[in-house]
Design a protein around this ligand. Sequence first.
Ligand code: SF4
Length: 706
Amino acid sequence: MNLLTDSLKDEIRECYSRFLTSRAFNARYCQRLMIAEVARQLCETRNEATETYPLALIEAGTGTGKTVAYVIAALPVARSRGKRLVISTATIALQEQLVFRDLPDIQSNSDMEFSWALAKGRRRYVCLSRLDALLQEGASGNQALRFFEDEFASPGEEDLVVYQEMISKLASGEWNGDRDSYTETVADPSWRKISTDRSQCTHRQCSYFRNCAFYRAREKLIDADVLVANHDLLLADVASGGGNVLPEPADCMLILDEAHHLTEKARSQFSAAVSLNMAMTHLETAMTLSQQLEVSLQAVDLLPQLPGFSQLEQLTDRCTDGGELLAELRLLLNQFYEKAIPSGRQSRFRFPCGKVSASLIEQGQSMARLYGSIIQLLELWHGELERAMPTADLAQRTALESWIPSLGGLIARLVQAQRLWDLFTQEERPDLPPRARWIDFSEDDLIVHCSPISVAETLADSLWSAFEGVIMTSATLSVGGDFSLIRDELGLPLQVRRVSLPSPFDYADQGQLRIPEMQSDPGKPAEHNQEIAILIPELLAEKQSGLVLFTSWRQMQFVISEMQEPFRSLIICQGELTKSDMLDKHRQHIDSGAPSYLFGLASFAEGVDLPGDYCCQVIIAKIPFTVPDDPVGATLYEWIDANGGNSFEQVMVPTAALRLTQAAGRLLRTEQDRGIVTILDSRLRSRRYGQQLIRALPPFTLVAPG
Ligand code: SF4
């Protein structure tokens, strides 16, 4: 049954019509189709028994006007059902584009009355408590915060100057504490010192709570009709049970924009890693911190009120046992060093099919249990310290405010380590994909990793069945109209609605596809790199502008190193500047009439919008197959093959097709653009899958090889 009533349809139609009239736009066919799809799918009824939910995958290319379509359709539907609309996108930059540009534009031109708010993680806001503490204590730092060098290294003089400016701007109201709205770029190490996470925040107990930038932003979420989140925040929220930062999933309809990023984001959200050196340091920190904490609490006469602290000795014993267990684990794990394969500056050993020996499982489980017992003690103390806050005098409060975050930070680090050993040693159902497990060996440390290869089950439980309705959209979701890859990766039901909207572009007229005859086999990188290093300058010289996409850093550097001046000076290469500075510099060169060419890796295959003369050609150096040393991909392929599938055909080729389509999508950004895509990979002609990859690309006119 569908709940899309005539009055709801009329309301949506009128909003759209007002928007078009106000902006003096003509209705776009693909945009109208998208509005109809979003409204209809969100109005489908749920059926828990048959596990049928209002879900749709909508592929809508550049030029559709996706944001206008989904907001104008989804907001009236959500309201009519008493739900709120959550829009999640891949990056903070895209969130800001929605909040500061698209939503105000839609509201003012459609006359729809609605409010919106930006939802970001706590780490994107300054922590006033930390900022103030650092400014008061200066370069000497805070005794309680000095335990974690990765986060709390003492600030340098330059940092202190920036922090002082920040406090002035906060006081004058020029800045709201949001990192992304600060006038200067703040480097990550400097920002980490003045931001915090959930585990180290003292919440309502904090002296700065009323002025806290994060909580002020959070308040705006309470009543907003539209909440603009990002995938990391959304996944972190659902991973912690849902309803912590965003409203309860059952009270929301969800739009996932840039939905093609969700699988990777979810894998990273649900994975874990631990460095053995760091793990040892944290156990030592637990002992030192507890001793210093006791002295500090004694000094302000708090110890008698905190009975849990009588168990200090137990903590020392457990941490000592933990250190011994870690040493034994290191011995066991070091046995794999001989079999590790060099990967960059380190060596990597991957457990075939994610399978781990019984002795390692036993040892890992013991470690996880020991972590559990240490965490239990620390949480007991943490709770006691928090409960002591309301009745504390000034000296006691000062001590508590500096020790509670330290204890919280320590607990969070131990919980992460415990999670790694839990996941690493978890028994898996034979009918479900295993986790990938691997060790990275560096000169004096080793890092143990565990990551799901499939997030299908997790997402099915936490997103698809939990939200009232979900629309997933992106310019690239299907391989030539086949959505099986993303549907299976995301754990969507077989019958999920899948729509590929027509593009507003006339690809055959606007774009050409060229696959030159080449001598080299891309499977032999040295020969292939030599050949493309000769071809690329010749191809680029045909046009005033271009984007060249490489599959590896090494490949890009080799091509650059082979280039001669003055042509070399026309190249703007990834790594020389930030991405946005590269794009600005490129536009300036083109605007001044000079040629300019951008060289980049995979991140330049999306999020790069260069219309008209800014990008007359895209050159793709090689088919972007998954790199062979990706442990998650390798474990996935093993599992598929071991279960009678064909990982190359089922996953590797479709994934490469999606990446190739994304890369080719940089060429045409408006209906006026013209240009050519060149792919320097002879396998497109010589291999059977080559035709499949070509068919998945937009229907450019295929030109004879030159
Ligand atoms: S409430 Fe938390 S985030 Fe805000 S200032 Fe206090 S400790 Fe920092």
